[in-house]
Ligand binder design. Structure first.
Ligand SMILES: CC(C)(COP(=O)(O)OP(=O)(O)OC[C@H]1O[C@@H](n2cnc3c(N)ncnc32)[C@H](O)[C@@H]1OP(=O)(O)O)[C@@H](O)C(=O)NCCC(=O)NCCS
Length: 321
């Protein structure tokens, strides 16, 4: 009888993050994921208060050879809900051997224990995302009792036929004022208060979002009223390594919000128009944005009106714990 290969799990260390990066890249290339993860990006993600290497990561060794990895990303919250996201990859040559299931079972147990340790009585969710066409991932999530709960679309627009820069009544659009970061964080948290799956972003996470890997404040904007209050924001990013697989130069509209009382006046549209002009001036070729397909504030409709079209869809799976 053939011997069953032995799967062992060990925490990642700073020294083995490059091994995880290699697994990640090979896996995404095989699956046709249009992205090239960079070492700096993975190091930033894993060396963070949301992910502790020793307790929240595991490298899977198949008879001693690296075959996959996983990490849990905890988003503590005082309001609404607490979430723990699972991310992981198994290289193509070692799929179908139980590596993914072993990693996911470990990660679900870890995520569940961490969510229960907060002492809060908010709803607790373990979640995992994957592009809709990666069926092996969805089968695995389903076998572990996770259910599809939400769809996120990635929309794309070439930087041609740019919309005119509108003039708004009582509001003007200016380049992102980095020295007013705390005010913009408050606007972000207010405008996303009822966005599905969103909880307030703390100072540390906001610093990572706005100054971490990919952030391009020089291509980002805010909306300011006549009393110098910030009422909307558009945080944009850029991932240069993706250009080679995409054959394009994409800018990402990463985080966009307008305070509730200022909605429906063209502010988000104007923030996007300014962003598109800045991207084109920076010699980029396309703009991308991710949107919850059921966004109740009609964001998808707004983006379509500005020339964005759907490219891909990913499915969020969830386990209530
Ligand atoms: C989505 C969101 C950013 C839109 O902001 P906004 O400033 O209201 O957007 P706009 O005013 O440009 O567009 C909203 C609607 O007003 C219309 N509009 C545009 N200019 C207008 C104007 N001058 N006067 C009246 N209506 C106008 C738009 O055509 C759009 O109509 P539609 O809903 O039929 O598509 C905002 O609702 C929000 O912050 N939502 C919560 C966070 C979120 O979901 N962010 C997006 C994540 S992907």
């Amino acid at each position: 009888m053939p011997r069953v290969p032995e799967i062992s799990l060990v925490p990642l260390t700073r020294d083995t993050i490059p091994t995880a990066l290699d697994l990640h890249r090979r896996s995404e290339t095989f699956d046709g994921v249009p992205r090239v993860l960079e070492l700096e990006e993975l190091e930033e993600e894993l060396d963070d208060e949301h992910v502790v290497l020793a307790t929240d990561t595991r490298l899977a060794l198949l008879d001693g050879e690296p075959a996959g990895y996983v990490y849990t990303y905890y988003l503590p919250s005082e309001v609404r809900e607490e979430r723990n996201y699972i991310f992981g990859e198994v290289v193509p040559e070692h799929r179908g051997k139980g590596v993914g299931a072993t990693l996911m079972e470990w990660a679900i147990a870890r995520a569940t224990a961490q969510l229960h340790s907060s002492g809060r009585s908010l709803p607790r969710y373990v979640r995992a995302d994957s592009y809709d066409y990666i069926e092996s991932a969805h089968r695995l999530f389903a076998r572990l009792g996770m259910e599809p709960v939400r769809y996120t679309d990635e929309l794309l627009r070439p930087l041609t036929d740019l919309p005119a820069l509108p003039t708004l009544d009582g509001v003007h659009i200016v380049p992102w004022p980095a020295h007013r970061s705390e005010e913009i964080r408050a606007v972000k948290n207010d405008s996303f208060a009822d966005h599905w799956g969103s909880t307030p972003t703390n100072e540390h996470h906001w610093a990572q979002m706005t100054t971490g890997f990919g952030a391009r404040l020089d291509l980002s904007f805010v909306a300011i009223d006549d009393h110098d209050h910030i009422v909307g924001h558009c945080l944009n990013k850029r991932y240069e390594a993706d250009d080679a697989v995409l054959g394009r130069k994409d800018a990402w509209i990463d985080n966009l919000g307008t305070l509730r009382e200022w909605r429906g006046r063209g502010i988000a549209s104007a923030l996007i128009a300014h962003s598109l002009h800045a991207f084109a001036a920076d010699n980029l070729t396309h703009a991308s944005i991710g949107v919850d397909s059921e966004n109740p504030t009609g964001a998808a409709r707004l983006y379509q009106a500005l020339g964005f079209e759907r490219q891909t869809r990913s499915i969020t799976h969830q386990l209530v714990v």
